[in-house]
Design a binder for this molecule. Structure first.
Ligand SMILES: [Zn+2]
Length: 486
């Protein structure tokens, strides 16, 4: 079954299949603007895209994933000048930081990660094509604008009414330009090339229209079509990019290629809220990964918390939701450990699981996988994962079933990008938090001994647990550890 997800362009759920058989599934995602550390709202989008890519791969598709680095825009130029660091050095530092955070969050690196600064000739070439095709014009100051009224279906992605369209932003900071400042023919026209201004400092490049720099939107049209072809399979980004950025990307690309279709499928992720409010510096709720680490969270718990909501719904992130994510991971780890023991394996055997061979088995986790294929329903998949966990350690499961369950669990965790046993400090999280590691280990060994019908060992371990002030209460399909009453 092919995975199906929502497409903003057609406003419908569509299957994701390569447009041309035999070649990889091609996806482009708008990347970070590297002028500071990315916040968890940015990472929510990148993580959801990562789960999508992993699910496509797990579903048997070869994927080619391109995600750009925006290192040339108003924000990077302004901040580099403010700090007195050359633009290249400044953006390199934040690109490294972004890569470190991505690695910690277990994001698969894109196959190509083009930077805007390194692709200026490519962007100039696209602007030249737009001028030649009658879709752009130069103003007397040496800027070039896209002529919106020449693009007959402008607005088709965000379903805009052109008449209602007012001043276009031309920078990525969301600040609308003063229409009087430019000689635009129409206030809705947007900049493809921005003539050099004193405030740009040393950051300008030569072009057929004089010194300047590309407008922000053109980099994605130029680089996506360069690396993936004029028409490719899927374009992703946060919903806040839908207008004007993605709308302008479509206009630029399709007018430059004389109306060949650009991306076939548009995959948008809804906003992340923090404590019920939009993230903002002034509210102090603009968390970075480091902020959460200093509060004791592991990157895996952050990953879990950020993917756990449906991509088409706003997700409300709280420190409580992060603690719950840590507790949920610990629960999965304990169940996985028991399952490994039943299969005669150890933790180390679990780690290398990656994309499985075709016809893999899912065991009790089939339902969870089906949830991912159905509009990338991560919360649904996690729900099914936990129901499966209560079943897989039941003594009635045969060894063959246990192996299928283990394979299914490994596959599912790969698709979600969750890595177990990475030192998730469950001590920080929820009711299960207070169980000391030594006690938890004894509890695991006692349960394993009991499952193996080695009652003598199980009894010895029960006594050892008691000496530490704990008891184990057995349930039909598992156990809980509780403190002994005084
Ligand atoms: Zn973009």
């Amino acid at each position: 079954m092919a995975i199906r997800v929502h497409d903003t362009l057609s406003r419908s759920i569509k299957p994701l299949v390569p447009r041309e058989p035999g070649i990889p599934y091609r996806m482009y995602c708008c990347g970070p603007t590297v002028y500071g550390p990315a916040h968890i709202g940015n990472f929510r989008t990148f993580l959801i895209q990562d789960v999508l890519r992993r699910t496509l791969q797990m579903d048997g598709l070869e994927v080619r994933h391109v995600r750009n680095i925006t290192d040339l825009d108003d924000k990077t130029i302004y901040r580099s000048q403010e700090t007195g660091v050359p633009l290249h050095e400044f953006t390199e530092k934040w690109t490294h930081k972004f890569h470190d955070d991505c690695a910690a969050l277990n994001l698969l690196p894109p196959h190509v990660e083009p930077s805007a600064v390194e692709h200026i000739p490519l962007q100039i070439a696209m602007v030249e094509k737009l001028i030649a095709n009658g879709h752009a014009y130069k103003t007397s100051d040496g800027s070039v604008y896209f002529k919106i009224h020449t693009c007959h279906d402008y607005g088709k992605l965000s379903h805009l009414n052109l008449d209602a369209l007012r001043t276009q932003e031309t920078n990525s900071a969301g600040v609308a330009n003063d229409a009087d400042e430019y000689e635009r023919e129409s206030v809705s026209d947007f900049a493809l090339w921005k003539a050099r201004k004193p405030s740009d400092g040393p950051n300008f490049w030569p072009s057929p229209w004089g010194d300047g720099r590309p407008g922000w939107h053109i980099e994605c049209s130029a680089m996506s079509t360069h690396y993936l072809g004029e028409t490719f399979d899927l374009h992703g980004g946060g919903i806040d990019l839908c207008f004007p950025h993605h709308e302008n990307e479509i206009a630029q690309a399709e007018c430059a290629t004389k109306e060949k279709g650009f991306a076939a499928h548009w995959f948008h992720t809804m906003h992340l809220m923090v404590d019920g409010a939009k993230m903002s510096k002034s509210l102090g709720n603009l968390y970075t990964l480091d902020d959460l680490r200093t509060r004791g969270a592991t990157p895996m718990a952050v990953r879990y918390a950020l993917i756990s909501g449906h991509y088409r719904s706003q997700l409300n992130f709280t420190l409580k939701s992060l603690a719950d994510a840590g507790a949920a991971l610990s629960k999965i780890e304990r169940a996985a450990e028991r399952l490994l023991a039943r299969c005669g394996l150890e933790r180390a055997d679990f780690a290398p699981l990656s994309i499985p061979e075709k016809n893999t088995t899912w065991g009790e986790f089939q339902g969870a996988w089906d949830m991912l294929l159905d509009d990338l329903n991560v919360p649904g998949a996690l729900g099914r994962l936990f129901s499966a966990l209560t079943k897989v350690n039941s003594p009635e499961r045969t060894p063959a079933q246990a192996r299928a369950d283990l394979s299914g669990l490994g596959n599912l965790l790969y698709a979600l990008g969750l890595v177990l046993f990475t030192g998730n400090p469950d001590e920080n999280a929820g009711a299960e938090a207070e169980i000391p590691a030594e006690v938890a280990a004894l509890g695991e060994r006692r349960w394993a001994a009991k499952q193996a019908r080695d009652f003598a060992t199980a009894d010895t371990l029960r006594i050892e647990l008691g000496k530490l002030g704990w008891k184990s209460l057995d349930r039909k399909d598992g156990y809980v550890l509780e403190r002994l009453e005084d």
